[in-house]
Design a protein around this ligand. Structure first.
Ligand code: SF4
Ligand code: SF4
Length: 315
């Protein structure tokens, strides 16, 4: 049987105010998951090890943790997979990131649930209840199929760079649920939803690091959902945010010149700041350090315009 050294994050507030690390040598069966290994440790070596888990089948979303710095569902990830990724040495296990630890691998998820509730994760009907069953076309449901697969494990929050910088950022899973309903043809509050999801800490504050897409164990692709919410905001005319204006300037650049026009970007995104920056911008221009304010046109502008049109129709 293989033996693995497990370096475990410990936090036992009943005994110590400070977290510490503890190493265990574990002889285990081939193919055990991280959760199996933790339960074996708990049963055989230290009954005080605390963690959340329930279904052991990647359905309940309770057992997310970090294995060698990467957020995983403990019941989905085999110890050997973690070792293969990290070069075969010690396996470090930590609680998920961006949440305060309460005890060992258990973190305080209250902020996660608050944000989830704040996006109104339920259907708000677009009229009185119909007399008979309302059949939604398959194609319409397919547009929100991925988001409906979210199991609320918070793995995406653990990896989210915007959340690390701004604890108030609403976050990937909540926005995925936001799109689950804003994108539902039966929902009557599409515009109100995108207003709710815009503004401070909203969809435009995502840094597009893509970690949420990469780490989500269920293929929800929350970053894609955020992007689609941005598209709905445009369709509904909810575009007063700095982030929305920035995106709009980018779009105008593409349509008119076929590539990014930095000179247009600042005045469109933040007109007040742009006015204050005029003297500095002029100096840069005179020294040849700023691009020409005259819009440029790339070869093949027609194709770029087609591309923009096609993307718009996809949303
Ligand atoms: S989006 Fe994915 S990673 Fe985030 S909570 Fe849902 S299932 Fe977990
Ligand atoms: S893409 Fe956006 S929401 Fe997703 S992890 Fe990065 S910053 Fe967070």
């Amino acid at each position: 049987m293989p033996t693995t050294t497990i370096d475990l994050f410990r936090f036992q507030p009943d005994h110590s105010d400070e977290p510490y690390r503890q190493q265990f040598e574990l002889e285990h069966e081939e193919g055990v998951t991280v959760l199996d290994a933790l339960l074996q440790l708990q049963n055989e070596q230290d009954g005080t090890i605390a963690m959340r888990y329930s279904c052991r089948s990647a359905i309940c979303g309770s057992c997310a943790c970090k294995a060698d710095g990467r957020t995983v569902l403990a019941c989905m990830e085999q110890i050997e997979e973690v070792k293969a990724r990290s070069g075969g040495g010690t396996v470090t296990i930590d609680p998920i990131g961006n949440f305060a630890p309460l005890k060992d691998l258990i973190v305080d998820l209250d902020p996660f649930w608050e944000k989830f509730k704040a996006v109104k994760p339920y259907l708000i009907p677009d009229g009185p209840a119909p007399d008979k069953e309302r059949i939604v076309p398959k194609e319409a449901m397919q547009k929100i199929e991925k988001e409906a697969a979210c199991i609320l494990c918070a793995a995406c929050y653990s990896e989210c760079n915007s959340l690390a910088a701004d604890p108030e950022f609403v976050g990937p899973a909540a926005f995925a649920w936001g799109h689950r309903f804003a994108g539902d043809v039966r929902d009557g509050e599409r515009k109100e939803r995108v207003k709710l999801y815009s503004g401070d800490h909203g969809v435009w504050d995502c840094t597009r690091c893509m970690y949420c897409n990469e780490r989500c164990p269920k293929g929800v692709d929350p970053r894609d959902a955020i992007e689609k919410l941005g598209g709905i905001a445009f369709q509904e005319g909810v575009t007063s945010d700095t982030g929305a204006r920035h995106a709009k300037a980018f779009l105008i650049s593409m349509r008119t010149g076929g590539k990014l026009n930095e000179t247009l970007l600042v005045p469109y995104t933040d007109p007040i700041k742009a006015q204050l920056d005029v003297p500095f911008a002029l100096k840069m221009l005179m020294k040849g350090k700023a691009p020409s304010p005259i819009p440029h046109r790339v070869e093949g502008l027609k194709e770029v315009k087609h591309l923009v049109k096609n993307v718009k129709e996809e949303v």
